[in-house]
Write a protein that binds this ligand. Structure first.
Ligand code: NAD
Length: 436
């Protein structure tokens, strides 16, 4: 269901979701979602993923009585699907009031959007809808956000520009993405002496111990295969793949693709990451030198214009082009609007781009990050990351909430061993700056 279909697209053009007021079974109407009639399927999906999200469910039970989030009014702008529904419902059960919208126009899982929480999100929003949905979550007559939970920085950016008075009253921001964190740093460190434009503390989730190692690495490792298979039904074994960027996402993708029998090349700008790729057995090459051979090209740099017309022009016919980075900047999409090229829609997240000589590139999700648009989420990974987003308990400890789900038995230090290592028996077991 998360891939969407042509019928989704047709419905989207017939119905204007923004103007379509619907009510749930309890008469609640403060939301805009695709089809409220799908809610039973959505609820079943949520029930299903709750079983994999042991950490969050444990947190609900442990903290529900304390209501640690009472008074929190959270503008939530993240991917909206069954897994994040569990997260959103957890925040509500811990006392927060929320208004939620999607951080990506393609990633919403329509049937998982029904709740008594105001949600403004549907798959295939236009850009205008996207910003409208965010604005519905900033303030209403009786509610205004005092916290933002953001993935990509769009909600933060919109609030700071269009609602400056409300923005100044914020109590905190949690940002999940690298580009969003980058913008937050830009807001607080301007020219020397200039006041920070950031009115409140912000939590940089990307630098938490857990996020890159679980969400980023494992999500990429599982997601890349799922995304390629679901969209193109491609046989991966024996394919020549180039992965641009060997950070956490690139490492996950490269490893998964090699496991499937692909011949994987890597491009990097950072010598440390390049060396890591070499030591893991991936040849580090320049994209220009390899492009003619590549069957599948995956970008994961978080950068812009990594793949440009210079590369498109030399690609093999049938080359699959996709992006695992946050936004849609890595593939030069404006170059692909060239009048000489013909676009043919194959599936809702697959386009053929045909060159005058008949060669075609298979572009996934219009250059937006493929795993959020074209695959199901890994519930366990979302659970691990969501627990990190809570400042109520320490992130490293939160990892232990998930161990029972995996049947893991932790060894306990005895007094003598703890003294010998110079640590507390209950942890932390590593210095603050330890690189896991
Ligand atoms: P990272 O910073 O660890 O890695 C990016 C790597 O790309 C770096 O090593 C950098 O040196 C390299 N790079 C930059 N420009 C390059 C270029 N022109 N050519 C080759 N290499 C280049 O970041 P990350 O955690 O791996 O995340 C990468 C992107 O993926 C970000 O946009 C991030 O927001 C996004 N992300 C995606 C997912 C997902 O599930 N798809 C999950 C988390 C993050």
């Amino acid at each position: 269901s998360s891939i969407g279909s042509e019928s989704d697209d047709e419905d989207a053009s017939r119905l204007n979701t923004r103007d379509h007021v619907q009510r749930n079974s309890r008469g609640f109407a403060d939301f805009r979602v695709k089809r409220i009639s799908q809610h039973q399927f959505g609820r079943r999906e949520i029930d299903l993923v709750e079983q994999e999200m042991g950490g969050l469910m444990t947190l609900r039970k442990k903290a529900a009585a304390d209501q640690p989030l009472a008074g929190a009014r959270i503008l939530v702008c993240i991917h909206i699907n069954a897994q994040t529904a569990v997260f959103i419902e957890t925040l509500a059960q811990l006392g927060a009031t929320l208004r939620c919208c999607s951080c990506n126009i393609y990633s919403t899982q329509n049937e998982a959007t029904e709740a008594d929480i105001p949600i403004f999100a549907w798959r295939g929003e236009s850009d205008e809808d996207f910003w409208w949905c965010i604005e519905q979550c900033i303030e209403t007559e009786s509610w205004s956000a005092n916290l933002i939970l953001d993935d990509g920085g769009d909600a933060t950016n919109r609030m700071s520009k269009q609602f400056p008075a409300l923005f100044r009253q914020l109590r905190g921001i949690v940002e999940e993405s690298i580009p969003g964190v980058h913008r937050l740093y830009q807001m607080c460190s301007r020219e020397p002496g200039a006041p920070s434009l950031l009115p409140c503390p912000a939590i940089n989730l990307c630098d938490s111990v857990v996020k890159p190692r679980f969400d980023t690495y494992y999500m990429a490792r599982e997601g890349i295969i799922d995304g390629l298979k679901r969209t193109t039904d491609v046989m991966l074994a024996g394919k020549t793949v180039c992965v641009c960027g060997y950070g956490y996402v690139g490492k996950g993708c490269s490893q998964a693709l090699r496991q499937m029998g692909c011949i994987v090349f890597v491009t990097e700008v950072d010598p440390v990451c390049a060396l890591q790729a070499c030591m893991a057995g991936f040849p580090v090459v320049k994209l220009d030198d390899i492009i003619k051979k590549v069957d599948i090209l995956v970008t994961c740099t978080g950068n812009k214009n990594v793949v440009t017309m210079r590369h498109f022009e030399r690609m093999k016919s049938g080359c699959i082009l996709c992006n695992m980075g946050h936004s849609n900047t890595e593939i030069d999409m404006s170059a692909l609007q060239d009048k000489r090229l013909t676009w043919e829609r194959v599936r809702s997240t697959v386009d053929h781009i045909i060159f005058p000589d008949g060669r075609r590139i298979i572009l996934l999700a219009e250059g937006r990050l493929i795993n959020m648009s074209c695959i199901s989420f890994s519930s366990m990974v979302v659970s691990v990351t969501s627990c990190t987003e809570d400042v109520y308990l320490l992130p490293k400890k939160m990892a232990s909430l998930h161990l029972p789900t995996l049947g893991a038995q932790l060894t306990e230090l005895n007094d003598d061993q703890a003294r010998y290592l110079g640590v507390n028996k209950a942890g932390p077991f590593k210095p603050h700056n330890y690189k896991y």
